[in-house]
Ligand binder design. Sequence first.
Ligand code: ADP
Length: 669
Amino acid sequence: MFNKILIANRGEIAVRIIRTCQQAGVQTVAVYSDADARSLHVQQADEAVLLGNARSAESYLVAEKIIDAALKTGCQAIHPGYGFLSENAEFCEKISRAGLVFIGPPASAIATLGDKVASKALAQKAGVPVVPGHVGTLSGVEEAVSIAEQIGFPVLIKPAAGGGGKGMRIVASKDEMAPAFSACQEETRKAFGEHHLFIEKYIENPRHIEIQILADRYGNVIYLGERECSIQRRYQKIIEESPSPAVDSALRQKMGEMSCSLAKSAGYTNAGTVEFIVDQDLNFYFLEMNTRLQVEHPVTELVTGLDLVALQLKIAYGEALSIRQEDVSFKGAAIEARICAEDPSRNFLPATGMITRYAPPRGRNIRVDSGVEAGSVVSVYYDSLLSKIISWGDTRESARMALIDALNGYHIEGVVTNLDFVNLILNHPEFAAGNLSTGFIAQYFDGDQAKIPPPADRLCLIALATTLIYHNRQNLVRDSLKPMAAHVGGAAKPRAWYHYMVKGEEDIFEVRLQGNPDTRTWTIWVNGNQYQVLTPDLEFYRRRMKLSINGQFHRFRLQFQGNFIWAAHCGIARVFEIYSHREWELSQFMPKIQKQVLDNILECPMPGLVVDLRAQKGDRVYRGQELVIVESMKMESGVASPCDGEVLEVLVQKGQAVDTGDVLMRFKH
Ligand code: ADP
């Protein structure tokens, strides 16, 4: 085996690769940018080499610096992880030329499969069904229209160099083609530095299902089953699972064998993934082949019991695959949730900051692949993935319950994440039923909220938990005041039961509780429903609480500020206001405070870089019109005007770094 390898990546994937290397006795060299000097992957590697400035173009994307670091530290091979240079054929070639091993496929396979048009042609030749359309790049709008008329609208136009769903446009009719074509071309040029487009039939409500393959240098190719990655937002995967609830063993075998034959005809080695979209009638069509380890590879590892990184190392070292297809077996089900630094309540804008508290979930069937810890700084420079939580169960349902429970107890403070949004998806009855499609979020969600209301019984449990914690904290305060109260002769008499009012967003809960902090057993009524509750010791100052309610354990995440308690459970995250019954009656007579909203300024909603200004001084603008484009974490977002008016002043320039709350423009109206 290799003695030492360099990992040309950062974040959770670098940490995950280091873990396997440690088990295999392989030393590791991490690389990092200025912004990552204190990050987890740097701490965990045996050695670390600084590449340069925070911007990827000056660090993680500079092949020469990475290869130089590998040579200087005496590495024999480079693992590229995913993203960055992982699918760059030139990088792979340079590595071989330097006398090092690239832990991945040969450059020729990356080059062919990296081009979506060329890979489609190859798939067709290997007998793999491809999405109806045209195998070739488009010469212009006219050709696009004529092909669309042959295959039938709606169609999808896509960048040939594609990745991350960038640039793709759905075109529903002839008239929409010209504007969509130029928008797609423009975005393609920006993202990939070239402008070739191709066209496909748009498959309505498809599933995204992919096959993991492994190939050695001696012509052995095997498949490790499928992953379903249909839960996507803007073509970005959020939740992945294996097996797919839609795939039976016959379909698995068919898709698996076809993927292997494609890999063979591409001269593929190492780990790779063949992506398909699958229509409602379970017809499957080749989308593309990813020539690297995927973000979602852990679900395959949990159901097959294999370590894909260990196998990647062995294959790259020149070993023959020690497992044959008939040795691969699948056990149970696994689901992965991607936890990203983004704010679902603000249209999923990227979030940054320092993680001030961090408590990852634990558990027998829970795996945490994280790139962060308390003290980690989430910057604007890299993508927003912080960690992945992966659960395993005998059945899909038990894996789902385990993942929900893990997320209920996953506490991250300091940076806003999509944790509760992901949890809400897992709790959705259609997800539970396995009715998945890439349109799932658009179909069942409105922004970050499910279209169906949260189940009343869940809300009652949250009201119960918040009241209990409030009550106990109040008691602790009362206890600490006892000596003083006795002194002035005013000790409160112990009472048999307490009565609270809990105000949620739309509902009011009446909570009565009877019990004893010393025995930790309580009887609690929420809106008349009775619950038997057992509290663990010493939990009342923590941000996570595990309660036994009617004999079942439930976890809650909580934060307090006076009688306001923020609570999250099963994806429902709300602020609750708690009053004693007496306070509540009095508060009904209090005037309500109105929040003032400033609408004569344009405030920057996130930290980032101004990449475009879409209005100038003196321009008339309309509410909702995007005026400034800010780039953050590889994503461009428009900042929309809060009012109808005229631009009085533009306070920023293109290329300027901006922060949350910075005033970008002023208006007159
Ligand atoms: P990228 O490489 O940019 O991620 P892909 O070709 O892998 O692009 O497609 C990403 C996602 O876009 C798929 O998972 C699927 O949700 C959707 N998609 C791609 N092609 C089609 C199509 N022809 N019809 C419907 N949806 C599609």
